[in-house]
Design a protein around this ligand. Sequence first.
Ligand code: DGJ
Length: 734
Amino acid sequence: MGITYDESQKVFHLEANNTSYCLQVVKDGYLAHLHWGKRTRPADDLCRMAFPMIRAFSPNPDPADMMFSLDTLPREYPGYGNTDFRHPAYQVQMENGSTVCDLRYHAHRILAGKPKLGGLPATYVERDDEAQTLEVEMVDEVSGLKVILSYTAFEHLNAIARSARLVNAGDQKLRLLRALSASVDFNDADYDLLHLSGSWARERHIVCRPLAPGEQSIESRRGASSHQHNPFVALVGKTADEDHGEVYGFCLVYSGSFVAQAEVDQYATTRVSLGINPFDFSWLLEPGESFQTPEAVLVYSDEGLGGMSRTYHRLYRARLCRGEHRDKERPILINNWEATYFNFTTDSLVKIAQEASELGIELFVLDDGWFGKRNDDTGSLGDWVANREKLPGGLGDLANRVRDLGLQFGLWVEPEMVSPNSNLYRAHPDWCLHIPERGRSTGRNQLVLDLSRQDVCDAIVKIISDVLASAPISYVKWDMNRYMTEIGSAALPPERQRETAHRYMLGLYRVMDEITAAFPHILFESCAGGGGRFDPGMLYYMPQAWTSDNTDAVERLKIQYGTSVVYPPITMGAHVSATPNHQTGRTTPMQMRGHVAMSGNLGYELDLTKLERSERSVAKRQIATYKEIRHLVQFGDFYRLLSPFEDGHVAWMFVSPDKREVFVAYFQMLVEPNPPLGSLRLKGLDPNLDYAIVRTGQTFGGDELMSAGIDLPYMLGDFQSAIWQFKAKDAPEE
Ligand code: DGJ
């Protein structure tokens, strides 16, 4: 296991659990990609070089060797300008204007464990024997550019984490025009490209399309990973499905503008690359300076899409998310946003908290509108002082009254933003992103604070820390409600203006690092108008995220199912809200709303004082049930059973790591009269165990549940749902 180097063949073999990833130093020090997929025996039979034949119109970097062209070589970190015409992973401009660069192998190191990535979120290990890291140093003699390619192979997961550090080791200024995190060449194009796309209130729907010659890409140019595209793509083999076949996942641990692309070339090979979006990006490297790319997490699965998802889930749950709450069960919350919007007082909130307490809810969250003069969304962002007209006793008094009811207290903030109508903006009009002499576009009546500036970041850390220290706060919802426009910084010189957006992300990461470290007991949930920044970068600082502003149970099935392709259910905030739903106008039963929300981090977001008696008792039962099964939802293995993107039936399930406990949820959209008989086959069980339905005691073999399945109930009415809890029975004593 681990990473080996075969000196005679110059082959690096990275073994990550059941995966091999192999690269080779070939002619003249070029670094070729050999293989990524199922584990193979070390080096010996892998020492092939692709396309060792003369190809018309594929030029040769060595005029004496017409057999060798970078145009046909599968490469690890390709550059541009010397015979490879496909998309490069990086591009650098020298002082003479040239943008050609030619990296060659210089040295390598193999390290135990995984070094930290300076200033950026990344996966990590807790012990050095959990992973090994290969660092390959590549050098361009002419420009002095040095690139350190880093590959971490995880011992127990089919995952490789890649990144690159670009160092100016020469004596002239270099301008990075492109610096992607990873590039992988495949020998064929027999795949579908799967990604998660959508919009506000419709995030992360699964989109899948066949690769075709040319380039297919997704990207964000919005200054956030975005509602529109998640920083993730997968190549899905033509014979692969949810449970079988080869799938290659690529996910970027980054929260800003990104690109992920697949380019199919003239010989039907495919180059997949991803990283910071080069659009409107450049970075000046003075001699001696370096630039660290974000990390890309590559996951291989020969157990279909489901196998890939479970690898991401395990890695992100335990070795990306951090902090005190990582391994703790998450509290059931009540959030007042859809209950009251901006219209509340301490007394009206306490009434909701009182009801919540009686239902068994554990955390009360005060959302937007508690500060400054914020009675709508036109002002006060930046003025983080409690509004005494609504909260006469301030935050402390409300928090104490909530805590007296036996609930924890949580608070909403939106620290990255400022309203033009705020004291903060009047005092510091240059603290937002802007370009001199141009207008400042607003989004939701607000401007984006310039987190590329150290002084602005320091101010945010101070202001928010003061708020968090001012009351007994156990949870924070960290919101962000607009994308970037007029991206420029008053603190950067003209030649560095195109660095602003990435410097913003570095500033944001520092701010979140400092605040979360100073308040380790607080559970942080990130939010960006719902799921506009549901990405691994944010999860590194905040172990859960508000999945979508769309709380309609039917819509949520697609959103949560799509999100689960990469992200574990423990990261997904999921709330029961009122009907008719505020985003869709749809009416669904309380039971279904609860079953959908119980499939993530359960919360309620409605005025509990207005619940009908029958709804109240359903909610009370749901809360009690969730307390019984939340360890499965939050820490178990997740299996998708029926897709909401296919027909009107949806199902998924959770299995405890020891396979002894199971929770299954099934949802029916529109009722069908006199329907065919239906059964639901389960997955991931121990075939040799017997499982009993907790409520009835009815017992089935694990093999039976997986091959014959359980009978689906005939449910009258639209938007119905059913859940099952199973426990394995102990073998009878001999
Ligand atoms: C957007 C969030 O997604 C909502 O849940 C809510 O917190 C509002 N912002 C408040 O302005």
